[in-house]
Design a binder for this molecule. Structure first.
Ligand code: NAP
Ligand code: HSE
Length: 435
């Protein structure tokens, strides 16, 4: 047996505690598979006295997580604190400078600072691995960077945030309201420390930009992802979508177009006839549409301690085997992402209006749609409430996103419109995907 691989863990929350426990529970299995023991030698978190359900009494405790970088008894620093600034970056920087290997699940850090990380790696004997930074327990980084290395990827898309998928599925299947289900997602350890990152689509945008970077050989650029979250989704939207044969999913989509790479995160209506519609709870689904391999759909737990720990330990296993030294983003020299204007996207749309039930309203709405080049596919109104607000649901034929946005903005200004219109894409993944 070779010498033990010594692990230091910074952050003992949902993921850190699960990694600690997994390394202890499966120590024998890992030792046999890797031909060397993997041992946690040091840990760090903010509060030493917190009960975390794990026994850290036999390992060294550092009050300052950055001290793990200087600990001679640590070969691999596992960063599980989170955040693009502060202790997480300081630890990564110092650990790489000290020649240690780094494993992280921190998508915010990678999405925002891959350029700095690449510079640090150039001068380091260490490596940086991040399987857990996208889609939790699903091995999507390995699939893209290694399994699909031969392919020219056209698109990578899917459900990338477990918290949002949990909220949307629970609202649909149980009728519970948004804040109540969000609280449960937090209790289950799915949500980010600040759950706004989840529900405003920011976390999914971070993950999408990382997957996009790997798929297209460019530096992640979360600022180039048009991002919309799920705060405005109501149980009415979910019910109307169901009546029309759709489910609502927060989708991240990055695809190659003749105009550049188009990237967005937005709640979309997905037909119930396709598998993506049936990914429920904290599950994620990532579809990679690529050249010779065709379409590959990966599904599995997208959040939660155990699944994420599996991905973190997979990275540790690569280090133990000596095969973690891969280009961070799949290519030696990632290019600047050429971003396509998403207003030029074409597709169908769902528009929920809340308008007064009075004569002439639909005529005014139709005139705006006509003037914005939007062709209607269907219109649905339930109930009758003279001079009271009622929901009206419109679906469009294929149209430009920019035209649809302009129409929704103008409809929102009508006197009869009592709430801002709510616009969502209908995403069938059938048209407009370069192949
Ligand atoms: P968490 O439960 O909030 O845990 C964060 C841990 O980091 C806590 O133990 C906290 O210490 C410690 N910490 C934070 N700031 C610190 C500092 N300045 N110094 C020392 N310790 C500090 O978060 P998590 O859910 O485990 O997520 C950790 C990372 O994994 C994040 O980057 C997240 O985005 C990523 N991730 C999470 C999931 C998931 O399902 N939760 C999935 C994939 C990736 P105390 O406990 O003492 O407060
Ligand atoms: N908060 C994230 C989610 C954790 O809900 O998907 C997994 O990255």
């Amino acid at each position: 047996m070779n010498a033990p691989l010594k692990i230091g863990i910074a952050g003992l929350g949902t993921v850190g505690a699960a990694v600690f426990q997994l390394l202890e529970d499966n120590a024998g299995l890992l030792g046999a598979r890797l031909q060397r023991p993997v041992t946690v030698t040091a840990v760090s978190a903010r509060d030493k006295r917190k009960n975390r359900g794990i026994d850290v009494s036999k390992v060294k405790w550092h009050d300052d997580p950055v001290a793990l970088a200087d600990d001679a008894d640590v070969d691999v620093v596992v960063e599980l604190m989170g955040g693009a600034q502060g202790a997480a970056f300081d630890l990564v920087k110092k650990s790489l400078a000290a020649g240690k290997h780094v494993v992280t699940a921190n998508k915010a850090l990678l999405a925002a600072r891959s350029g700095e990380i690449l510079d640090l790696l150039k001068n380091s004997k260490g490596t940086l691995s991040y399987e857990a930074a996208a889609a939790g327990g699903i091995p999507v980084i390995k699939t893209l960077r290694e399994g699909l290395a031969a392919n020219n990827i056209n698109a990578v898309y899917g459900i990338l945030n477990g918290t949002c998928n949990f909220i949307l599925s629970q609202m649909r299947s149980t009728g519970r309201d948004f804040p109540d289900v969000l609280k449960e997602a937090q209790d289950k350890g799915y949500a980010e420390a600040d759950p706004a990152f989840d529900i405003d689509g920011i976390d999914a945008a971070h993950k999408l930009s990382i997957l996009s970077g790997l798929a297209f050989g460019c530096a992640p650029d979360p600022g180039a992802v048009r991002t919309q979250g799920i705060r405005e989704i109501t149980s009415e939207d979910i019910a109307f979508a169901g009546e029309l044969g759709y489910r609502i999913k927060l989708l991240g989509i990055a695809r190659r177009t003749p105009r550049g790479i188009e990237q967005s995160v937005a709640p979309c209506l997905v037909p119930t006839s396709i598998p993506m519609a049936h990914i429920d709870g904290a599950e994620n689904a990532v579809c990679i549409d690529g050249g010779h391999a065709g379409k590959i759909l990966l599904t599995g737990a997208g959040a939660g301690g155990n699944a994420t720990a599996s991905a973190v330990v997979a990275d540790i296993a690569d280090i133990a085997r000596g095969c973690a030294d891969l280009p961070l983003l799949g290519v030696a020299d990632p290019q600047k992402l050429e971003s396509a204007d998403i207003n030029a996207r074409t597709g169908s749309y769902f528009l929920r209006l809340t308008v007064l039930d009075e004569p002439g309203v639909i005529a005014d709405v139709s005139a705006i749609l006509r003037d914005c080049n939007v062709s209607l596919e269907s219109i649905l109104q339930r109930g009758h409430a003279p001079n009271q607000p009622v929901p009206v649901i419109l679906t469009s034929h294929e149209t430009l996103e920019g035209d649809m946005l302009a129409a929704a903005a103008q409809i929102g200004k009508l006197k009869s419109s009592v709430e801002p219109p709510h616009l969502m894409r209908i995403e069938t993944f059938e048209s407009g995907y370069v192949s």
